[in-house]
Design a protein. Structure first.
Lengths: 138, 259
């Protein structure tokens, strides 16, 4: 079965479709919020990873009581040297992400753009990345 | 309608890839710990015997003896290692390939959930509140895996893992590390502590851990008994130290020298 599509409707559920390359049958997997959370807690992605896992990714995505100043992103800006730029609108959106995850999220978008040869990260690119990578709430 | 293939009918190309992702996670941990000489789980099975206190001071003694040492505070819900190692709060520097640990007293490297949580806040996860017991354990195991595999420990002689009471974290560690870690057991002298610690030691032996020995802590009239000697004799391991309420640096150096 080949993975086709993953959707996170924003209500805690997950929908993923898989298609058999031989007979063409499509199977959908639907998970309720508890089941979705259980999969998320393993740190895996249904359908496979398209960008590398970030350091402490599960902790930063899932901890609700993280302190704002828990992390600093080092002297090397995520995406620096890769040729990727950020539009003003994208940076504004990024700055609304809680600091606990902001550096990691910036790095994820930068990796996503680099993988696809995208030169500038814009809000539209972020929307597409969010849908593809399941960055709900980020 | 053609018959539906079950999971075991699928070839590798058809499969979900989840086992491969989990394998990659384990590999990341193994690669990160490749430069760590040894990993020792400091365990008790019993709460309140001073595991964290012993872990922190043992780490400092090892470091003072010229053996680079790190501590991973595996008590995610009741982390105390940063205070014991006198680590002032500072943001953890993060790079693409890892998170820098903090440096505490005597140069001991450490990471703890206490560094990442709001002051006084419990470890809480985002997610559905109903039936949270179903996924919370898996979430904590993932957090432990990331603290092992995503922290830039560098080259260490010893990485001490300060475990919380009970056996759950030890069991998770065995799976994450791919092999059971060596175990240093902490008890107090009372028979009650001995009973609880005995269960934990038996579980560790059944899993294949090497028992390094026993530390009997808080020795004095307050906690009478012979649990340390009894357990050492029962399991054929050394009683490495009997620590009084205020151990001297020599006492810690003595323990470090026996490990």
């Amino acid at each position: 079965m080949a993975f086709e599509e993953r959707q996170l409707p924003g209500d805690g559920t997950l929908a993923a479709t898989f298609k058999c390359p031989t007979c063409g049958r499509v199977v959908a997997m639907l998970t309720n919020p508890m089941e979705t959370q259980l999969v998320s807690s393993l740190g895996v992605e249904i359908g496979g990873r398209t960008v590398p896992a970030q350091p402490l990714e599960t902790v930063r995505k899932m901890v609700a009581t993280g302190r704002e100043d828990a992390f600093d992103e080092g002297s090397r800006e995520p995406g620096a040297g890769s040729g990727t730029t950020w539009s003003a609108g994208a940076l504004e959106r990024l700055n609304r992400v809680p600091n606990f995850v902001r550096g990691m999220v910036k790095r994820i978008y930068a990796d996503y753009a680099k993988e696809r040869g995208i030169a500038e990260i814009t809000p539209a690119v972020m929307d597409t990345a969010r849908a593809e990578l399941g960055l709900e709430g980020m | 309608m053609p018959p539906i293939r079950t999971y075991h009918d699928l070839t590798d190309a058809d499969r979900s890839g989840l086992p491969e992702q989990i394998g990659a996670q384990r590999k990341r941990v193994a690669e990160r710990l490749a430069k760590v000489g040894r990993v020792i789980a400091v365990m008790s099975g019993k709460g309140g015997v001073g595991k964290s206190y012993v872990t922190a001071h043992l780490a400092r003694a090892l470091a003072r003896a010229g053996r680079p040492t790190g501590v991973l505070d595996a008590d995610l819900n009741g982390p105390t290692i940063p205070r014991l190692l006198e680590v002032p709060h500072a943001p953890r520097t993060t790079h693409a390939d890892g998170v820098e640990p903090a440096t505490g007293a005597d140069g001991v490297k450490c990471i703890s959930m206490a560094m990442l949580l709001e002051d006084g806040a419990p470890l809480a996860f985002k997610g559905p509140s109903a039936e949270s017991f179903v996924w919370r354990g898996a979430m904590e195991a993932s957090a432990l895996r990331e603290l092992l595999g995503d922290v830039a420990w560098g080259s260490l002689d010893t990485l001490l893992l300060d475990l919380p009471p009970g056996m759950q974290r030890y069991v998770e560690l065995c799976d994450i590390l791919g092999a059971p870690p060596a175990v240093l057991t902490v008890t107090i002298a009372t028979a009650e502590s001995g009973d609880a610690v005995r269960r934990a030691m038996r579980a560790a032996v059944e899993r294949g851990s090497r028992l390094l020995g026993i530390v009997e802590n808080m020795v004095g009239d307050e906690f009478p008994g012979t649990a340390g000697d009894d357990l050492a004799r029962e399991f054929g391991v050394p009683l490495l130290a009997r620590l009084p309420w205020r151990p001297t640096p020599d006492a810690w150096a003595g323990l470090a020298g026996r490990l």
